[in-house]
Design a protein around this ligand. Structure first.
Ligand SMILES: CC(C)(COP(=O)(O)OP(=O)(O)OC[C@H]1O[C@@H](n2cnc3c(N)ncnc32)[C@H](O)[C@@H]1OP(=O)(O)O)[C@@H](O)C(=O)NCCC(=O)NCCS
Length: 145
């Protein structure tokens, strides 16, 4: 059983390690992680003392919540952890639209967002401005209830 709570600065190293292991490369630096915790909304899923999932987000200029990343430990998948992180986000950011971009090849991530009620807005190329790493990304939007 897991529980979801807001991240603190003491979680930075564990989130960094999980994110790097899941993606096979650094995605968020520890410095950016601390900034997201202070100024955005970062949630973690805990199984006792073990960090098994994390959702990183920031508040956009227009007030939308922009999802930076969602990761769940490989051995703990399909237990509802990512969905649990999102449900907590919806409750701590009431009334805000939530937006994200997901690589179109990540079938599980696409299914997760569709299942949560996100709507596909468009397919984008070169979203991060890195042509050599370009892969089509689906932009998703969740309208608050
Ligand atoms: C995508 C990811 C975050 C999902 O985490 P998770 O905790 O396993 O997801 P949940 O258990 O909450 O799944 C909720 C629903 O999403 C869908 N889903 C999740 N993973 C899926 C997969 N691999 N294939 C198909 N559907 C999937 C299912 O509908 C699932 O409900 P179900 O298990 O009752 O069928 C996780 O697989 C992960 O960390 N992947 C690598 C990083 C990544 O792709 N992050 C998303 C970037 S936007």
């Amino acid at each position: 059983m897991f529980r979801v709570r807001k991240a603190t600065l003491e979680d930075v190293n564990a989130i960094y390690t999980l994110e790097k292991r899941v993606w096979g490369e650094e995605v968020t630096t520890v410095w950016d992680m601390a900034t997201f915790i202070r100024h955005g909304e970062v949630l973690v899923a805990m199984e006792r003392d073990l960090l098994v999932g994390a959702l990183l987000s920031l508040i956009s200029k227009n007030g939308d919540v922009y999802i930076v990343d969602v990761v769940v430990s490989e051995k703990k998948r399909r237990c509802g952890i990512a969905a649990g992180l999102y449900h907590k986000l919806f409750s701590v950011c009431p009334g805000r639209r939530v937006v994200t971009d997901v690589s179109a090849r990540l079938v599980g991530a696409v299914a997760l967002h569709e299942g949560l009620g996100f709507k596909k807005v468009k397919l984008e190329h070169n979203w991060y401005g890195l042509r050599e790493k370009d892969e089509p990304r689906l932009l998703f939007q969740y309208e608050p209830k």
